[in-house]
Design a protein. Structure first.
Length: 276
């Protein structure tokens, strides 16, 4: 009988043909003492992503490839693009823990997963771990660290609700699989896909940071970070709405933090209106 994986590595892919092999090699190089699965959802890529993924899945049984013949969408608004594919692979995750790595990012340390899983096993009061990433650019711009050098070792849900800076690089995260019953209703409406996932996880414990650089986050023209910008009114309004939804379900001690964050977004949005 097939053993249940301890970790599900979830990999959303769309037109990552130039990068996906590097991502998979980094995952397959992990030296661990547990079973893991690599669950890939290719969202009907128009490049050669599906062919590369299929070739790898035929060689490595731990890869579970879902090559969607049509894009799962939603197609509009574009800020929500790829959301259904992410939800799809979350629904396939069998592991006790989830590690996220989008198809254009990759891991550089073969002990990354073991280190993060060992910590979560030994610290039940923590729900999520992350580490330093190197941010690299397709256009050859100089790389730099993702997290500030003074990034604190322990963060909490309140830090995510303050939303003053983004501390969780997606490719660095390993967290408890608290999604067996699906993703929260408010997440489906949110364009801030990753932070919404991490908020759901961190409701169950604290955040641990490892300062070691153990992966790379790639920025390029096709990435969603070029859509989710500080000048995108829809995205900012949508993010504010996410925090408003969280306000209705949060404990009293976190409501004050959320209220301040919502007020800050109101001010940013008003400033954008005046500048147009």
């Amino acid at each position: 009988m097939e053993k249940m994986p301890k970790v599900s590595i979830l990999v959303p892919v769309y037109n990552h043909g130039k990068f996906i092999a590097q991502m998979l090699e980094g995952a397959l190089a992990q030296q661990v003492n547990f079973e893991y699965e690599i669950v890939i959802g290719d969202d009907a890529s128009t490049d050669n992503s599906a062919e590369i993924i299929q070739a790898y899945s035929q060689r490595y049984p731990q890869i579970k490839a879902f090559l969607h013949p049509t894009n799962l969408g939603p197609s509009s608004p574009r800020e929500l693009g790829g959301k259904n594919n992410v939800a799809f692979i979350f629904g396939k995750a069998q592991g006790e823990y989830i590690a996220l790595c989008e198809g254009d990012d990759y891991w550089t340390n073969p002990h990354k997963l073991q280190k993060q899983v060992d910590f979560l096993d030994q610290h039940p009061d923590f729900a999520l771990t992350h580490h330093q990433l190197e941010v690299i650019y397709e256009d050859g711009s100089e790389s730099h660290p993702f997290n500030r050098l003074d990034q604190k070792e322990v963060s909490t849900l309140e830090d995510l609700y303050q939303d003053e800076e983004w501390i969780l690089g997606t490719a660095s995260t390993v967290f408890r699989n608290v999604f067996k019953n699906g993703l929260a209703p408010w997440w489906w409406k949110s364009a801030s896909g990753d932070i919404g996932i991490f908020i759901q996880a961190v409701k169950f414990g604290k955040i641990k940071y490892f300062p070691e650089t153990m992966g790379c986050y790639r920025k390029h023209r096709g990435g969603m970070t070029n859509i989710h910008t500080a000048q995108n009114y829809f995205f900012l309004e949508n993010r504010k709405q996410m925090f408003e939804a969280l306000l209705t379900e949060s404990d009293e001690n976190l409501q004050a933090t959320l209220t301040k964050t919502i007020q800050r977004y109101d001010e940013i949005l008003e400033g954008l209106k005046l500048s147009q």
